[in-house]
Design a protein around this ligand. Structure first.
Ligand SMILES: Cc1cc2nc3c(=O)[nH]c(=O)nc-3n(C[C@H](O)[C@H](O)[C@H](O)COP(=O)(O)OP(=O)(O)OC[C@H]3O[C@@H](n4cnc5c(N)ncnc54)[C@H](O)[C@@H]3O)c2cc1C
Length: 442
């Protein structure tokens, strides 16, 4: 009898956990990703702020799954699907048939229809973007040191972060530490501590996904690091010289700055849009699929959509958040469903049930806020929990050891070992340059 063919698209949290959950399943499994590595996105901000190097938060998919005999890893970008013939087409023309498909291609940054802002305000979604942000931050201090015009120097010393969610908070906290601690004593004409770090959000408060008391704690901790937060403002323009904002009374203001970092919303990537077109499946405003309770698409019981690309209603009726745990549990659930089908058994759970373990945002050294199994933690305790969880979930033992050593060293010395300005020193900061243009095309 021909082997049962399963394809997983995407080796992120959803795809990788699905593949691992099928290690003993009687299937022929192909995991296809356009990258040859799994990226631990929750630590991207540490690459962007010079704490870790890209290699420490990535692990080659081939290596991770090398012992899984039923699994083949393929490098390729899915660009089309024929859901009736059950085939996937890759960018290079390769066509792969499947009996069951798990789509976990994640999300991409949304600039709310103003994609041209990406040129000036990189987001934090890939290794390339993280190193571009690192470049922008470090270059700004270098340029300020050499600038003699006070207004131009102030623009180099102003950092604006758009978005007050977890990524925005983590970026802002790390920037505050760079300015206040890491770069202390390293410049002669500027005082890095005088950097103005501003977070903006249209929402009335920080961290809207967290309980109010934890958001207030986070704002206080950020204040200590020199970060100020402006709620209730919308970004209306971004260019090479600054950002324009509008408040709730429609008052506009211009903030001159050379460094705008985008930690705003996300939407479905290109493949998600193609899948919606081909299956006529309903999607929400961000392009996420309104999946059935068993995570399949209506009319296509062999297609599962998991992770950031799926809109799964939570207990309160609102969609579950786009976080790693939702993707990992969704991937594992889809894998179990397929395995049960192949074996002709009933799935132990007809509906996907998300077990919410909580959220954590780190603000800086020994400072974090966490909601864990209903408990509200902050300060050192929350930070230790964050440390433990992130080390535990980092893929590959070698990465865990390296990151543990780096963090230990940084904790004692306030240093950041990966403070490199790579590529052309000027390209990303003075004008968009080739790197940022390429990112815009991603
Ligand atoms: C900066 C940042 C910080 C975050 N912090 C946290 C946090 O602290 N805690 C938390 O729980 N979550 C966090 N998240 C969210 C979490 O990372 C995501 O929810 C999770 O990665 C979603 O998993 P996924 O499998 O759906 O997608 P991803 O992990 O994004 O994986 C998608 C994979 O699909 C591949 N792919 C995409 N398109 C194609 C294609 N057409 N063909 C082939 N392959 C393709 C990509 O290369 C990628 O490997 C953070 C995210 C970011 C960006």
């Amino acid at each position: 009898m021909a082997a049962y063919r399963v394809i997983i698209l995407g080796g992120g949290f959803g795809g990788l956990y699905a593949a691992r959950a099928m290690r003993n399943a009687p299937v022929e499994l192909k995991l296809i990703d356009r990258r040859n590595f799994h990226l631990f996105q929750p630590l991207l901000y540490q690459v962007a702020t010079g704490s870790l190097s890209p290699g420490e938060i990535c692990a080659p998919l081939r290596g991770i799954l090398s012992r899984q005999r039923n699994t083949q890893v393929l490098l390729g970008e899915a660009v089309d699907i024929d859901p009736h013939a059950r085939t996937i087409q890759l960018l290079d023309g390769g066509v792969f048939p499947y009996d069951s498909l798990i789509v976990s291609t994640g999300s991409q940054t949304s600039y709310f229809g103003k994609d041209q802002w990406r040129t000036w305000a990189p987001s934090l979604k890939s290794v390339e973007e993280a190193t571009a942000i690192r470049h922008k931050i470090l270059y700004a201090f270098e340029a300020a040191e050499r600038e003699t015009d006070p207004a131009a120097r102030a623009a180099w010393m102003t950092f604006v972060i758009v978005g007050g969610g977890t990524t925005g908070v983590e970026l802002a906290g790390a920037l505050g530490e760079i300015a206040g601690r890491t770069l202390k004593n390293e410049f002669r004409d500027i005082d890095p501590k005088a950097a103005r770090i501003l977070m903006l959000d249209a929402a009335p408060r920080l961290l809207t996904a967290y309980p109010p008391d934890l958001a207030t704690d986070a704002e206080e901790s950020l204040k200590h690091l020199g970060v100020s937060f402006r709620p209730g403002v919308k970004v209306v323009d971004v260019d090479g010289a600054g950002v324009s904002i509008e408040d709730e009374k429609h008052q506009r203001e211009r903030i001159p700055t050379k460094t705008v970092l985008w930690a705003g919303g996300v939407n479905a990537g290109t493949f998600g849009r193609v899948l919606a077109e081909r299956t006529h499946a309903a999607t929400d405003r961000s392009g996420r699929f309104m999946v059935k309770p068993d995570l399949t698409l209506p009319g296509f019981p062999e297609i599962f959509v998991v992770g950031d690309l799926a809109d799964i209603p939570g207990p309160d009726g609102n969609p579950l958040p786009g976080v790693a745990q939702v993707a990992m549990q969704g991937g594992a659930y889809a894998a179990k469903s397929i395995t049960a089908r192949v074996k002709g058994e009933a799935h132990p759970a007809a509906h996907f049930h998300y077990s919410d373990r909580g959220d954590i945002a780190v603000i800086g050294r020994a400072a974090a806020v966490a909601r864990i199994f209903g408990w509200h933690l902050h300060g050192l305790l929350a930070w230790l929990v964050w440390l433990f969880i992130h080390l535990m979930y980092l893929v590959q033992f070698q990465n865990r050891v390296l990151v543990f050593i780096q963090w230990g060293f940084q904790y004692l010395t306030f240093s950041r070992g990966a403070r490199l300005i790579t590529g052309s020193a000027v390209a990303n900061s003075v004008n968009p340059g080739p790197t940022m243009r390429n990112l815009a095309e991603e």
